[in-house]
Design a protein around this ligand. Structure first.
Ligand SMILES: [Zn+2]
Length: 103
């Protein structure tokens, strides 16, 4: 989660910043440039994942969110320590599976 929050994950935009020559297009939607915010919040594929998950949860990412605001709002939405713990692992699992699908 640290690499996501601090935008250090090796998305295509970060690889370009490190000097790698490549075409930056989202592997999941094939429409927009890939960044951390795009991959984990804005991408049409990711929006479907969030929509499926949010059917059973009060947390729904908003169009104005970025990955930092999602992590912060998610952390603030849990009412107790057990829910915090479970919520953290759910967010982590969703993010990890989006990353696996992307790869
Ligand atoms: Zn996309």
């Amino acid at each position: 989660m640290w690499v996501l929050y601090h935008m250090k994950i090796l998305t295509l935009d970060n690889l370009q910043k490190r000097g790698t020559s490549l075409v930056n297009r989202s592997e999941l939607c094939q429409n927009d440039a890939e960044s951390g915010d795009h991959l984990f919040v804005e991408c049409s594929f990711t929006q479907v994942v969030w929509a499926l998950f949010s059917r059973n949860c009060r947390f729904i990412p908003q169009p104005s969110d970025n990955i930092r605001s999602v992590i912060l709002r998610w952390s603030a939405s849990s009412p107790n320590n057990f829910a915090d713990c479970v919520s953290y692992y759910i967010l982590h699992a969703i993010s990890w599976n989006i990353w696996l699908e992307r790869n």
